[in-house]
Design a binder for this molecule. Sequence first.
Ligand code: SF4
Length: 281
Amino acid sequence: MINREIFLCSICNVSSGDCPEDCKYCTQSAHYGAQIQRYKFKSIDKILKEARTLREYGALGFCLVTAGRSLESDKCEYIAKAAQAIKEANLNLHIIACCGSADLDSLKYLKKNGVDSYNHNLETSKAFFSHICTTHTWIERFETCENTLKAELGLCSGGIFGLGESWGDRIELLKHLQILSPHSSPINFYIANEALPLPMQTLSQEEALECVQLAREFLPNTRLMIAGGREAVFGNYQKPLFEAGINAVVLGDYLTTDGKAPKDDVAMIESYGYIAATNCH
Ligand code: SF4
């Protein structure tokens, strides 16, 4: 029987832009001057307000995201405070942090302060990574995922498709994700942007669906979460994504691009015959 439950997650970009890294797919890199909002350390009150609103729309997960290469001590302290505040508000949200490369002690500290999971994407294959980023390595990314598991946090790790990688690269990425066995895996499709150095191209729907099907084959028990690019590739008809194996979505806005209003996303999912999960089991 097909599982009709879809998990709703959400993103809160708590520190945006001016990142010194040169990831070619990212509008938050300071190298490319993309037109985005830039700010540092959103107020905890504002974070709480967003968490409440997204919870009301049915989000079960709430991810605190910061731009930048790694989880330095001031960032770690700030994320711990934000997580504590959300826990104290009793919103029953699964709290995820996404703050770049992180060592074991910092991740243990986040766990102690209310963070449930850590998101760090492998993004692409080990071999292709140097084509899309030269300021840090794929190995650093993999090690952070390993540290996450050692810290006994839930691991959320996935990648981006449509960066110019081959099918061989996609398989290599999925093989490494299989080794890590994340509880959830964000699937992103690259969103072309004139400011970025990658070609102005978007995956076709057929190719994007093949990526999802392949991810489902490699990760049969992982929550496959469609994240950035679902509107850019699929427009308003996204049912094929769920039929191909997606069972989680990022509600509302992404990091630097607007999504649909959360209520419209929920209505769309229900119109396809699926229901929003009510428990983050
Ligand atoms: S490290 Fe993160 S925020 Fe910085 S450019 Fe790369 S993906 Fe963007």
